[in-house]
Design a protein around this ligand. Structure first.
Ligand code: NAG
Ligand code: NAG
Ligand code: NAG
Ligand code: NAG
Ligand code: NAG
Ligand code: NAG
Length: 302
């Protein structure tokens, strides 16, 4: 009887892999402050379901012994967020820990290949984006905004065929803007603003499916130079609603945006643009356009 129990125990343990709840307990060790008291109290190793899933652990969704979602937004949590602790969570789809004070790096993130939504915005993460991030082929949303990341965004973003939302706002990223953008297709929302991206915005050199799907593109507050769309002229943006390239060092004239029929917001302020206002901007696009900011340039004419 004893042996049988032991065998069953071992079978259960193997079926669960190195149990997911153990990984969460490892993660818990890094949390030093939990002002709302919701996490540290509820993440209790005695509170487990029969399939090994954590039971009533705050922010955790688990199914068949596998954690599929970690949601810990806006809790004021302070401490180390140990990615190495959770790389064993082989079914994790959602990681959303926005607006806390988690620190650490995101090395080894590429091991969690099941990830679809990753939002670690508004924390104090730092370091580089590791190149193995290209293994996250199921990613739909990546939000790293308002952290202390720096350096080049690695190549390999072309592997992200499902990615639709990329938010890198307010970090220290650098490198040529097109070497990132030209890897992306099928995007809906891209925010690269408030970084140190350089080079010129030549979307004609990128993937045509980017141009036909993008709705929100914010590259303001960077170090972009040259003329906008110098290579091919203004692309046929089918769905573009918001375009913000303000606070760069763009030169040349204001592009007519004659093919951007959905454009609602256009901000090009605080650059070195010159010449006069293209008539087509106010004729063809004016149906939708509700905000136009061209301030602090060197424009002339009526
Ligand atoms: C967090 O990491 C730092 C540096 O690695 C270490 O000094 C500190 O003790 C860690 N804190 C916890 C709660 O693990
Ligand atoms: C993951 O997050 C997305 C977007 O917030 C949501 O639609 C989806 O239901 C979440 N899935 C799980 C398993 O929590
Ligand atoms: C990313 O996070 C920030 C702050 O938490 C939020 O304002 C922004 O809308 C998010 N971006 C996307 C694409 O969801
Ligand atoms: C894309 O993913 C494959 C499979 O995971 C990997 O072998 C390859 O190195 C990735 N591509 C890049 C450019 O990283
Ligand atoms: C453009 O992006 C789409 C969608 O992500 C992808 O399927 C296609 O292979 C990309 N084309 C090129 C030339 O990279
Ligand atoms: C673009 O991002 C900046 C911050 O980086 C923000 O202030 C601005 O409102 C954004 N533009 C639009 C049109 O959303």
């Amino acid at each position: 009887m004893k042996t049988l129990c032991l065998i069953i125990l071992l079978l259960v343990k193997n079926a669960l892999g190195q149990s997911d709840f153990v990984a969460l307990l490892d993660l818990k060790k890094g949390i030093e402050k939990d002002p709302t008291g919701k996490v540290l109290v509820s993440w209790d190793s005695k509170s487990l379901a029969s399939d090994g899933c954590p039971q009533n652990w705050y922010g955790i969704i688990c199914s068949d012994g596998h954690v599929i979602s970690i949601t810990l937004n806006d809790l004021g949590l302070f401490g180390n967020f140990s990615l190495p602790a959770i790389i064993g969570l082989q079914r994790l789809q959602n990681l959303s820990i926005s607006n806390n004070q988690f620190m650490g790096t995101i090395s080894h993130i590429g091991s969690i290949q099941s990830l679809e939504y990753m939002d670690i915005s508004h924390n104090v993460f730092d370091g580089l984006i590791p190149s193995d991030i290209a293994n996250l082929k199921n990613l739909v949303l990546l939000n790293l905004s308002s952290n202390y990341f720096e350096g080049l965004v690695p190549s390999g973003f072309a592997n992200f065929t499902k990615l639709r939302y990329l938010d890198l706002q307010a970090n220290g990223f650098s490198g040529d803007v097109m070497s990132l953008l030209s890897q992306l297709g099928g995007m809906v929302y891209v925010d690269l603003s408030t970084n140190r991206f350089s080079g010129s915005l030549d979307l004609g050199l990128g993937n045509s499916s980017f141009i036909s799907s993008i709705q929100y593109l914010n590259i303001s507050h960077n170090s972009l130079v040259g003329e906008l769309f110098a290579h091919d002229g203004v692309p046929y943006f089918d769905t573009l609603e918001v375009f913000d390239a303000s606070n760069n060092q763009l030169v040349g004239t204001i592009p007519p945006f004659q093919f951007a029929v959905s454009l609602r917001v256009l901000r090009l302020g605080n650059n070195k643009l010159s010449g006069s206002l293209p008539e087509s901007l106010l004729q063809e696009s004016s149906m939708m356009l509700s905000e136009l900011d061209l301030s602090l340039n060197q424009l002339e004419g009526i």
